[in-house]
Every structure is written in structure tokens, then in C-alpha cells.
Design a protein. Structure first.
Length: 193
């Protein structure tokens, strides 16, 4: 028997236009246009399959249901995270760009406001994404959790600035300004290397 290395792969199926459901126990995880399609990993190579698995697990550990929605009309994190919070039954969303930059948003906040923002994607691992999912659900319960502790590296900007810009350009190429958000069904499967 061969000792084949396995990797996780994300399969995404679009289900149709995302509409409000009014489910108070849902947290929308809003993904950007190229998430899991043109781009399949964060800026540091963490597979999107792991990112969504951990975000969903964190949400579920707090008794909430994750709902995945793709936004095509913008690659701007503040914009689609804000829209998702207004769509979410709990009024809380997690917005994530393909490169891994992420934020927790709330329905009644202005677009450029947020509950928590995580701009240094090169420093995030699976554990951080799970904690972000947990905190989003805690906000959904009406709690005021301690912000997720993250590392801060002043050199991350310099080290990843060009790569981040290129990834954002790729992301923006897939924006379709008038296209409505779509509900997603996600499946994570193991594939042999």
C-alpha cells in the first residue's frame, strides 16, 4: 500500500440568488468573486478548503449555522461583508477575500465600520479562522466577545505587498457589477497528490 499524501480540495456549487431567510441562527460567510475558483488558497498557500472548514466549525461550535454566499458585484471586503450582514438572519457576517483578508461585520454598521478586521492575511492559520468563526457566532448571540488575538508583523506588508496587489487584480477581474449574490453549497474532499 502506498503512503500517498492527501490534500483537501473545495468543490463549489452555486444554488441560485441569495435571498433573506430570516433565520436568526445563521452567520453568512461571504466570499469574494474568485474564492475557490480562480484562486484556491490564501496569500500564504493555506487552501480555501481549510479556511471554510475552520470558519464553519467555529460558527457551529457556538450553535449557529454557517451559510456560504458568493458576492460577484465587488472585490472590496467592506462592501460585500456589509451587504452580507444585511442579508444574514442574525445580522452578522464574515467576509473573506481570496487572499485571506477577513472581517466580521454587523447589519447596523456603516460599510467602513466593522466588528473585527483581520488585514494581515499572511499571519493567519487554521486556528485563527476557527476563532473568527466562533466570535462571529458570539456576536450573533448578542454577546461582546474579546477580539480574536492575532499576531502583528510590520514587515508583512513589505514582504507581501506586490503579491497582494496581483491577487487583488485577479480578484477584481471577476467582478460583475450587476450580478446578485448567490448561495453556495460547499464540499471538501480529499484528493491524492
Amino acid at each position: 500500500m502506498s503512503n500517498t499524501e492527501k490534500r483537501l480540495e473545495l468543490e463549489i456549487k452555486e444554488l441560485g440568488t441569495a435571498e433573506p431567510r430570516g433565520e436568526a441562527d445563521e452567520i453568512i460567510i461571504a466570499v469574494s468573486p474568485s474564492f475557490g475558483v480562480q484562486q484556491r488558497e490564501t496569500i500564504v498557500g493555506l487552501p480555501h478548503a481549510i479556511v471554510v472548514r475552520e470558519l464553519a466549525a467555529g460558527v457551529e461550535e457556538e450553535g449557529f449555522k454557517p451559510r456560504f454566499v458568493k458576492y460577484y458585484n465587488s472585490s472590496d471586503l467592506c462592501s460585500f461583508a456589509n451587504e452580507a450582514a444585511k442579508l444574514s438572519g442574525s445580522g452578522i457576517s464574515i467576509g473573506i477575500q481570496s487572499k485571506g483578508t477577513i472581517m466580521i461585520h454587523q447589519r447596523d454598521l456603516e460599510q467602513l465600520d466593522n466588528l473585527e478586521i483581520f488585514p494581515q492575511a499572511p499571519l493567519y492559520d487554521a486556528e485563527i479562522y476557527r476563532k473568527i468563526g466562533k466570535n462571529a457566532a458570539r456576536y450573533g448571540k448578542g454577546n461582546t466577545p474579546e477580539p480574536v488575538p492575532t499576531l502583528n508583523d510590520q514587515m508583512a506588508l513589505a514582504k507581501y505587498q506586490i503579491k497582494a496587489a496581483l491577487l487583488h487584480i485577479k480578484e477584481t477581474e471577476l467582478v460583475v457589477s450587476k450580478k446578485p449574490p448567490v448561495d453556495l453549497e460547499l464540499h471538501i474532499k480529499e484528493v491524492a497528490e
